[in-house]
Design a binder for this molecule. Structure first.
Ligand code: FMN
Length: 193
């Protein structure tokens, strides 16, 4: 049993079930020390050829960049992200630095970096919430992301807030989700549909 009541079937470290994606954020800033600690965690992710294809475009609240990133989000996400401290657009480089050839794992590697960041945030008592509800084409154009890079996702980070301050519909959903059983995603030897 963990603090957020998630139950695990095997004895993993509580780091894993304790990470979740809260939407109730307080609107308080986080320090640069905290922000860069999250980027440091991302930095240590593994990647094919150690290519480190992840890129993070960030905007802190109350800075000129904030509106640019915030305006990319859909209405649903804007309703709760307005209380975040930092917004991220997560991008991956599609080719290897050493020879320019296409990487098959740029998204996979970048997902690992994002998860490192999210786990570190959770350990620090901060929220880190991934999002795909935003305009990918506008992000690429308006943030001047060059060809050869792929927009992967956005994320909102910040200090935890009160559930009561969320729009009513979101309050009901403000709890850690469960997972499918292990048997539903493992296949011994060959894929079985
Ligand atoms: C890549 C990605 C995109 C997501 N997009 C959104 C989103 O647009 N809006 C939102 O509120 N949550 C979004 N989520 C949060 C997921 O719904 C959440 O991670 C999932 O339900 C599992 O819950 P947990 O993170 O609390 O364990 C996203 C998560 C990921 C990893």
């Amino acid at each position: 049993m963990n603090i957020n009541q998630r139950k695990v079937d095997y004895p993993v470290d509580k780091l894993f079930p304790n990470r979740w994606s809260p939407r109730a954020l307080s609107g308080e800033p986080i320090t640069d020390e905290e922000l860069f600690t999250l980027f440091e965690a991302a930095r240590w992710a593994p990647s094919s050829y150690n290519n480190q294809p992840w890129r993070f475009i960030y905007a802190k609240r109350d800075t000129p960049s904030w509106e640019k990133l915030f305006s990319l989000l859909g209405e649903f996400n804007q309703s709760w992200v307005r209380n975040a401290a930092v917004l991220l657009v997560i991008v991956s480089k599609k080719t290897f630095d050493h020879n320019g050839s296409p990487s098959k794992t740029h998204s996979f590697d970048t997902g690992a970096a994002w998860e490192n960041l999210a786990l570190q945030a959770s350990l620090m008592g901060l929220a880190a919430h991934g999002m795909e509800g935003f305009d990918y084409d506008r992000a690429k154009k308006e943030l001047h992301i060059p060809d050869g890079y792929q927009v992967e996702a956005m994320a909102a980070m910040g200090k935890l807030g009160k559930k009561e301050d969320l729009p009513a519909a979101l309050q009901e959903r403000e709890q850690p989700s469960d997972r499918k059983p292990i048997e539903s995603f493992i296949h011994e030897g060959t894929f079985k549909a």
